[in-house]
Design a protein around this ligand. Structure first.
Ligand code: TXA
Ligand code: MG
Length: 339
């Protein structure tokens, strides 16, 4: 059974809890979406800030609240595969069918030529649409009941750390979000893999839990590794996913042991004997575990806790290459590029 902590609004007076923007029902979320409101939705990856992808006014407010440039497209979330072929995309190649069959619902976003249903404001002038069916029953039900597709970038301000709980969304967006559908903490923890099917060969634009090896196995062809003509994808900007404090990434914990002139918040495997006892310059030790899957699940909550710890630097030991560890390495490297 899932338990829910009481929500504290970031602007609330001491001792006062605000739950007025929280709902646990798909029908309430769907009704708000149909009315053009901004509704934060849980997914298996991170929480999205959703708006009706056919409603230009709702999309304008979405971009304003997020602080995102209007020429950056948003992922459109749909409830089932039939929708993709019913106007959201204008083409449905065999490669899309294979990927949808293998990975939807799930943490995979597929870029295709746009159909007639998405408002151009959701597409950032690309002429293409990024589609995803999230692996979250509550959100799929909300989308299904809304009768539309839902444009939903991650529910954080542009360039900042993505939210993986309803409280994170409340902390970031406060009263700028009309409703938050609370589905508990996200299980994958890092954003979906994005694969572009509009070029001559399929190409990964952002790594996630679905790895290149998994995509190639499902597609039966090799992915393109060319970097030319990269479409606008802010998640692929050098600086992104950044906490307020400076982030430094290291390959092994030894480098952190030597940073004795700084007070650091350290993301590392807390069972490492070199951290027992915890050296005094490490003011906060945040346990990544030895598993890349758990590291991914915890990543954004750990970065938020590190930010709140008052340390001079956030230092993160990278997980090994491979699997979802590649996505964690990607996000941490981009967070550190802001330094
Ligand atoms: O896991 C996820 O993908 C989460 C959840 C909420 O689904 N969403 C997410 O959205 O991470 P966002 O907006 O933070 O990142 C989406 C990325 C951006 O880098 C965006 O530029 C890119 O997808 N994107 C969206 N539509 C695109 C398109 N038509 N062509 C190229 N890139 C696109
Ligand atoms: Mg994002």
């Amino acid at each position: 059974m899932r338990t829910f902590k009481p929500y504290r609004h970031p602007n609330a007076a001491a001792g006062c809890h605000d739950t007025s923007v929280i709902t646990h029902t798909a029908a309430a979320a769907a009704e708000a979406l149909r009315a053009g409101k901004l509704v934060a939705l849980p997914t298996e990856t991170v929480y999205g800030l959703g708006a009706d992808a056919t409603n230009a006014d709702a999309l304008a407010r979405l971009y304003a609240v997020k602080g995102r440039p209007t020429d950056h497209p948003s992922i459109v979330h749909i409830a089932d595969v039939a929708e993709a072929r019913a106007g959201w995309a204008s083409a449905w190649p065999d490669s899309a069918e294979r990927l949808a069959e293998a990975f939807w619902p799930g943490p995979l976003t597929i870029i295709l030529p746009a159909g007639s249903r998405p408002d151009p404001a959701a597409l950032g002038g690309t002429g293409t649409v990024a589609l995803r069916i999230p692996d979250c029953d509550l959100t799929r039900e909300a989308i299904r009941l809304s009768g539309t597709g839902i444009a939903a970038p991650s529910a954080n301000r542009f360039g900042r750390v993505s939210p993986t709980t309803a409280q994170h969304v409340l902390d970031d967006l406060g009263t700028d979000v009309d409703l938050i559908l609370d589905g508990g903490p996200c299980s994958v923890g890092v954003e979906s893999t994005i694969v572009d099917l509009t070029g001559s060969a399929p190409r990964v634009l952002r790594p996630g839990a679905i790895t290149s090896e998994m995509l190639e196995a499902a597609l039966g062809v090799a992915l393109s590794t060319s970097l030319e003509t990269a479409p606008r994808a802010p998640g692929t900007l050098a600086t992104h996913y950044a906490p307020r404090s400076t982030v430094v990434v290291i390959g092994a914990v030894d480098a952190a042991l030597e940073m004795t002139d700084l007070r650091i918040a350290l993301l590392a495997d807390a069972s490492d004997p070199r951290l027992n006892p915890v050296p005094s310059h490490i003011v906060t030790l945040l346990d990544t575990s030895t598993s890349s899957v758990l590291y991914a699940e915890r990543l954004y909550a750990l970065l938020r806790a590190a930010d709140d710890s008052g340390a001079d630097r956030i230092v993160a030991v990278l997980p090994p290459v491979g699997g979802v560890g590649d996505a964690v390495r990607d996000r941490l490297t981009r967070a550190a590029a802001g330094a």
